[in-house]
Design a protein around this ligand. Structure first.
Ligand code: GTP
Length: 415
């Protein structure tokens, strides 16, 4: 093969101005067109207790009545249910997946309520990683199911976070963008709400839980995002009911004493939530999922498999990693086999002892039955003997009486 001699300029990047229009300024348009044609996907996870208003909030957020079957609430554990929908706004298609936590907080023992959620998030990362590792991969058309945003619904107690909330958020914070929201915030007074928000944020801080922050590095949105970060957790109200206010219809919840308008930022933070996650930061949520959370999962997985960057710089050999993995796997299998054999032998011994014990018991039972039988037989024999003796005594007495009668008959004088 011919050797290529390249003399590359190593200095700082030099600026060059084309003398006329070249055309690469249309690159952003090309990117936009391609992305628009492909459509987007957005996966949202709703975590919150039964009946806290998750479905109503999703309907309100996307202004759609997602038809959905009623959820069971007597499950022994938490179950995740994912539903996907195709939405279209002007010419942009969005494949929306809403994942709901069914039965969250319903169990008496809530110790492991977070486990199915963590497993679900990991499974989606794992599926993406498997696709990425394929020789013939298809990430372009890949049906990405990784969770981009997790709306965590906090009950409007006005008190503090429940330990279930803290434990769950702690387990999830490294895996997903958590956006805490105070659900049904129309049930709590304005002053209490401010104190409640403050309490929640300070509790999260002291538990070391850093939930998702709207990014402030893009100048065009930094001021807005910074302001919105200071309003977290958003206090939201959900409703699909419409009422007439002035000369327009608005979505609201109506009470005997008044009306709470969902899209009125003096009544609740719903518009802020919608603005932040759908209009301003949807792409950031998607990219943070890929570059931060998925990356962490991928790094940990590859390390588990024996890959690491230091080895790579030392002429790291894939064959070597594979060989090490194979040896480790064989060793593990051998250990498992030994363990199984030992368990098997122990079980056989245990069964043998059980059988011996049962045999001993049977033997004892047999002996006692036999003894009882012999005693009974002996007793019967004695009774039979006694009866026979009684009978011969009786016969003897009868003979004697008969003899005496016949003699007395003979001795009587004739009339
Ligand atoms: P499950 O999926 O069954 O766990 O319930 P969910 O969390 O999806 O709650 P859902 O949206 O079904 O709402 C339960 C009840 O709360 C319904 O009666 C809603 O009308 C009511 N609700 C929903 N959002 C709000 C709210 O913001 N404020 C008030 N006061 N009630 C609400």
């Amino acid at each position: 093969m011919a050797e290529i001699d390249v003399d590359r300029y190593q200095g700082p990047l030099r600026e060059a101005t084309p003398n006329g229009h070249v055309g690469f300024d249309s690159l952003p348009d090309q990117v936009v067109n391609k992305a628009t044609n492909n459509g987007f996907c957005f996966n949202i996870l709703c975590i919150g207790e039964t009946g806290i208003g998750k479905s109503t909030m999703m309907n309100t957020l996307f202004n759609t009545s997602f038809d959905d079957d009623p959820r069971p609430h007597d499950l022994p554990g938490v179950r995740l249910r994912a539903n996907s929908y195709e939405l279209q706004e002007t010419n942009v298609r969005l494949k929306l997946t809403i994942v709901d936590t069914v039965g969250f907080g319903d169990q008496v023992n809530k110790e492991n309520s977070y486990r199915p959620i963590v497993d679900y998030i990991d499974q989606q990362f794992e599926a993406y990683l498997q696709e990425e590792l394929k020789v013939k991969r298809n990430l372009h058309d890949y049906n990405d199911s990784r969770i981009h945003a997790c709306l965590y619904f906090i009950a409007p107690t006005g008190h503090s976070l429940k330990s279930l909330d803290l434990v769950t958020m702690k387990e999830l914070v490294e895996k997903v963008n958590i956006i805490p929201v105070i659900a049904k915030s129309d049930t709590i007074s304005k002053e209490e709400l401010q104190q409640f928000k403050f309490k929640i944020m300070s509790e999260l801080l002291s538990a070391g839980i850093q939930t998702y922050q709207f990014p402030t590095d893009d100048q065009s949105v930094s001021a807005l995002n910074a302001k919105m970060n200071s309003l977290l957790p958003f206090a939201v109200v959900g409703s699909m009911d419409e009422i007439k206010v002035g000369n327009r219809m608005v979505r609201a919840r109506q009470y005997p004493w008044g009306t709470v308008q969902v899209e009125n930022d003096a009544h609740c933070d719903f518009v802020h939530l919608r603005e932040m996650i759908l209009r301003t930061n949807l792409e950031d949520l998607r990219s943070t999922t890929h570059t931060k959370h998925y990356e962490l999962h991928r790094r940990n997985k590859l390390r588990e498999m024996g890959f690491n960057d230091d080895a790579q710089s030392n002429n790291f050999n894939l064959q070597e990693v594979y060989e090490n993995k194979r040896v480790e796997h064989q060793r593990n299998m051998q250990d498992k086999e030994d363990e199984m054999r030992q368990t098997f032998v122990a079980r056989v011994k245990e069964k043998e002892n059980e059988l011996k014990e049962a045999e001993g018991q049977l033997h004892e039972k047999f002996e006692s039955l036999r003894k009882r039988h012999t005693d009974d037989k002996r007793r019967l024999e004695e009774r039979r003997q006694a009866l026979e003796d009684e009978m011969s005594a009786f016969i003897q007495r009868k003979n004697t009486v008969e003899m005496q009668q016949s003699q007395s008959k003979k001795g009587l004088p004739k009339k």
